[in-house]
Every structure is written in structure tokens, then in C-alpha cells.
Design a protein around this ligand. Structure first.
Ligand SMILES: *[C@@H]1O[C@H](CO)[C@@H](O)[C@H](O)[C@H]1NC(C)=O
Ligand SMILES: *[C@@H]1O[C@H](CO)[C@@H](O)[C@H](O)[C@H]1NC(C)=O
Length: 499
């Protein structure tokens, strides 16, 4: 490394000096090298006594380097989004066949589900009717499609791919529809069979939209259409976009910021059965919620086993230890993207003591600005989504639909830094801290930094299914298409970028 540096310096000198000056410089350099060589010979006996230090130390040598390592995502260079259709891409046919759908789940489950359905409509040669949104899930949100998304933009952006209409034509409202729960993670063959339904029906209704399309082994054209749908067409409504931009600017005025998706909300803790660090009455409250939620199948959960297996969201305190160990200074601004934290502000004290600049949408926006959002969980989540995608570093405390969608979007836009905590590995460390076998400090820092060297969102192909899993179960273990749309929608740049 130092040799190539010397070489570069030499050539730089040669460019800026006349030949005679170069000769003098070379002579000086040679003379200096000889002196240095003789001096080092005289020191050799001393050096040999000293302990050998590795050339690449884990400890950054300068503060400047460390600062850059914390925020830099330069590994994304050389890749760019590629979601455009291939040449010869045909416009949709104007057939009088319609696909209606109810999109289920929270905001991001709906967004990815709708993107899948855009692709399915294309495969089926169907006209898509603007989806109805889930009003019954935990989110209890009455928002319509047009409340959350820019409806006109959605229709226009996809007009070369799929015909989209706001409503079924009047004459078709009362005709019998084929109601069809599409099988999850289906491929082309399945939908070509489904197309047989057109022989008897003019309208197919789909009551669920999540994960109805396979992650892998689909034509490139279909995969890119999914990216166009999610990243280009499904833009949030103007009021949400504008507020999002405004809040990002407000955060930026303090410098760089981390968006922390702190999934420490009641529903998640209840669903996963994670009660670590909670009081008995809190644990009981979570158990009762789980008991009463019919569509959560698992009722008896051993919290300890969940946590050891890495299946629990990190607690706010654990996130604080984690970020501090990675080297983020206490002055770092952290935006908390989340709903209500279980246990309220008291539960955030350990995190706040390490990072006092902890902010929420409620702290950076005015009440007036948030007025319509407070009753609409999906719109509030959309705001968190924008701020998270735009952040310098994104850290999810748990892998859910939101974390996956944000990570994928950041990869698409240029591999912006996303640090995914290795929860299983971290729990072992946190337990050592708890027992007093380890202390916060340089050794913990190097341990955690090392553990997360390759978990920062650098370019890589999407993971396939876990080995040894056969049949349909393997789909569940595949990395989601929207978590990492590489290689289909992320391509190498043709010409290397000049620096
Ligand atoms: C959709 O239309 C194209 C073009 O006419 C045709 O080749 C394809 O088989 C159709 N797909 C289905 C599923 O009917
Ligand atoms: C939960 O699992 C842990 C670890 O396997 C075990 O020690 C504990 O007894 C279990 N608790 C219950 C209530 O079964």
C-alpha cells in the first residue's frame, strides 16, 4: 500500500517538475532510502524484540477513517437500477377481463403484494382495478388507495405494462366473479392455468395479495415489472411525499442520521412471544393479546428459546449497546421509525442515555403537520418509510416487511448502507455482558464490528432457499425478491464512473 502510494507521488512529481528537477528528486529519494535502510538495519535487533503487530489492524488508525467507515457506502459504486422493459416490450391488450383485489396486511405487505399483482395482471392479460386496502388488520386503517398513493401516477407509470382502471365498468359490477385465493409463491405455470378461468368469467377477484408470486425463476421482464411497480409507480400521495421530504431536510440540517426501525411494539412482542426484560404483568398482557388474536397460530411460546434462536426484536437497550459498539458517537442523530414503543418512554432511557439525539416524527414535525396521520397507521408508516429510505444508515431491530422493503429499496437506489444486526450472535454477547463476563469497551466493540463486517447491505445476489429443505416449504426460506432485487433490477454500470 505504501509502495504504490510512493509510486503515485513520484509520478505526480514527474508531471509537475522539469526533467532536471526530476533527476534531483530521484537522487534525493535514493539518498534518503539508503539512509533509511542503514538506520533500520541498526534498529533490527530492537524491532525483533517487540511483538509483531498485524498490518491491517481492526482498530482504525485515524478518527477520519473511522468517521467515513461509519457512514460510507462506497461499495455500492458500479451498480445502478435497471428496471426498464426490454426492447420490443408490448403494450397491454385491451381485453375486457378484470382483476379485482383486496390487499391484505400492513403498509409494506400491501405495497409488495400490489406490485406482485401488477405482474400477475400482466401475465393474465388482465386489466387491474385499483386495489382495495386492508381495513381490518391490526392497523385498523380506513385509508383508501388514493389516500396513501398517487393514484394517477400509478396508472400512468404502468400504462405500457398493464391497463389499470379506478373501478370496474358499471355493466360488470353485478356479474359473477371467480373468487380465487392464489397459491403463495406461484410461478408462470400456475398463472397460465389460472388464465383458463377467463373461459367462464370476465372478472377474477383475489381476496389476498401478499406473496402470491415466486421470488425466483420468473422471466426477467416480469421481475423488472415488479420493480417498476414498487419503486416507480407506487409513489406515496403528494401530501405524504412532501411532508417526508420536509422532515428529511429537517433531520439533515443536523448532519447525517441513522434511521432505526425499532420494532418494539406491542403486536410484534406479543406475536413473537418475546418477554425478555419485561415485567410479569407486561408479559401477561402480551400473552393475553396473543391468546385473543385468532390468526396467530402459535400460542405457547418459550421466550428464552425464541431469544436464543435470534427470533426476538432487539430491545431498545440492546440497540444502544450495539450502535455504540459499532462506533457511532453519542452525538449521532437517530430517527426512530416505529409505532408506539411498548412500555413507553421509560423503556427508551438506556438507549437515550447513550444517544441523547433520539427523535421521532412527533419531535421533528408539528402537530399540525401530523394531524391527518395520527388516525391512519398506514400513512404514518409511509412517512417512516420515506425517512428510512433516505437515511444515511438504516438499522432494523427485527426483520419484518418494513425492514425488508426498506433494505431492498436502498439496495436498488445504490446500495445505501443497511446494517442488519446478527441477533443470534448478539444475544450471546449481551448475555455475557449481563453475567459480567464482558464489559462495554474496545474488546466488545471489535467483537461486534467484526461480526457485522459483511452485514451492511453491500451488493450480492439474492439468497436462495436454505439447503436441505424440499417442496413448497423452501419458498419460505428464500430471501424475498423485494429484500434484494439483485440481479434482475440492479445492474453493473456500462462505463466505470470517473472520479
Ligand atoms: C396473453 O396474451 C399474449 C399475446 O396475445 C399471449 O401470447 C399469451 O398467451 C396470453 N397469456 C395468457 C395467460 O393468456
Ligand atoms: C424455556 O426454555 C429454556 C431453555 O431451553 C428452559 O430452560 C426453560 O425451562 C423453558 N421454560 C419453560 C417455561 O418451559
Amino acid at each position: 500500500m505504501s509502495r504504490s502510494y510512493a509510486k503515485r507521488a513520484f509520478f505526480a512529481l514527474r508531471r509537475s517538475f522539469s526533467p532536471s528537477l526530476v533527476t534531483i528528486c530521484v537522487a534525493l529519494l535514493l539518498g534518503f532510502s539508503l539512509f533509511a535502510f542503514l538506520y533500520s538495519m541498526s534498529q533490527i535487533s530492537r524491532v525483533e524484540e517487540e511483538e509483531e503487530k498485524p498490518f491491517f489492524s481492526d482498530q482504525p488508525r485515524e478518527d477520519v477513517v473511522e468517521e467515513e467507515q461509519l457512514w460510507d457506502a462506497s461499495f455500492g459504486y458500479g451498480y445502478q437500477p435497471c428496471a426498464k422493459p426490454k426492447r420490443g416490450h408490448q403494450a397491454p391488450q385491451d381485453l375486457e377481463r378484470y382483476l379485482t383485489l383486496r390487499s391484505n396486511g400492513g403498509l409494506n405487505q400491501m405495497r409488495t403484494g400490489i406490485s406482485d399483482m401488477v405482474a400477475v395482471a400482466r401475465i393474465l392479460n388482465a386489466t387491474l382495478v385499483i386495489p382495495q386496502l386492508d381495513k381490518r388488520s391490526f392497523w385498523q386503517d380506513s385509508s383508501t388507495f388514493a389516500d396513501i398513493f398517487d393514484e394517477l401516477h400509478f396508472i400512468k407509470t404502468l400504462q405500457g405494462d398493464v391497463r389499470i382502471v379506478k373501478e370496474l365498468p358499471k355493466g360488470l359490477e353485478s356479474v359473477p366473479r371467480a373468487r380465487k385465493h392464489f397459491t403463495t409463491w406461484s410461478g408462470m405455470g400456475y398463472y397460465i392455468e389460472i388464465a383458463e378461468l377467463w373461459k367462464n368469467y370476465q372478472v377474477i377477484h383475489v381476496p389476498k395479495s401478499d406473496s402470491r408470486l415466486a421470488n425466483n425463476d420468473l422471466p426477467l421482464d416480469i421481475q423488472r415489472l415488479r420493480c417498476r411497480a414498487l419503486y416507480h409507480a407506487l409513489r406515496f400521495s403528494a401530501s405524504i411525499e412532501n411532508l417526508g421530504k420536509k422532515l428529511v431536510e429537517r433531520l439533515r440540517s443536523h448532519g447525517r442520521y441513522i434511521a432505526l426501525h425499532l420494532r418494539y411494539e406491542k403486536d410484534m412482542l406479543s406475536f413473537t412471544g418475546c418477554t425478555y426484560g419485561l415485567s410479569e404483568s407486561e408479559s401477561e398482557e402480551l400473552r393475553i393479546m396473543r391468546e385473543n388474536t385468532n390468526h396467530w397460530k402459535l400460542k405457547n411460546i418459550n421466550s428464552t428459546e425464541q431469544r436464543i434462536g435470534g427470533s426476538c426484536p432487539l430491545t431498545p437497550k440492546e440497540v444502544g449497546i450495539f450502535l455504540k459498539a459499532l462506533g457511532y458517537p453519542p452525538s449521532t442523530w437517530i430517527y426512530i421509525a416505529s409505532g408506539e414503543i411498548f412500555g413507553g418512554t421509560a423503556r427508551l432511557l438506556d438507549l437515550k442515555s447513550r444517544f441523547p439525539n433520539l427523535v421521532f416524527k412527533e419531535t421533528i414535525a408539528t402537530q399540525e403537520e401530523l394531524k391527518t396521520l395520527t388516525e391512519h397507521a398506514s400513512q404514518a408508516a409511509a412517512l417512516d418509510y420515506i425517512i428510512s429510505v433516505e437515511s444515511d444508515v438504516f438499522v432494523p431491530s427485527y426483520t419484518g416487511n418494513m425492514a425488508r422493503a426498506v433494505e431492498g429499496h436502498r439496495r436498488f437506489l445504490g446500495h445505501r448502507k443497511t446494517i442488519s444486526p446478527d441477533r443470534k450472535g448478539l444475544v450471546k454477547i449481551f448475555d455475557k455482558l449481563e453475567r459480567g463476563d464482558l464489559e462495554e469497551g474496545p474488546s466488545l466493540s471489535s467483537l461486534i464490528t467484526h461480526m457485522h463486517k459483511f452485514r451492511q447491505g453491500a451488493p450480492r445476489k439474492r439468497y436462495g432457499s436454505e439447503p436441505g429443505i424440499k417442496g413448497r416449504a423452501r419458498f419460505r426460506t428464500e430471501e424475498s425478491f423485494y429484500e434484494n432485487p439483485f440481479p434482475e433490477c440492479i445492474c453493473k454500470k456500462k462505463k466505470p464512473r470517473r472520479t
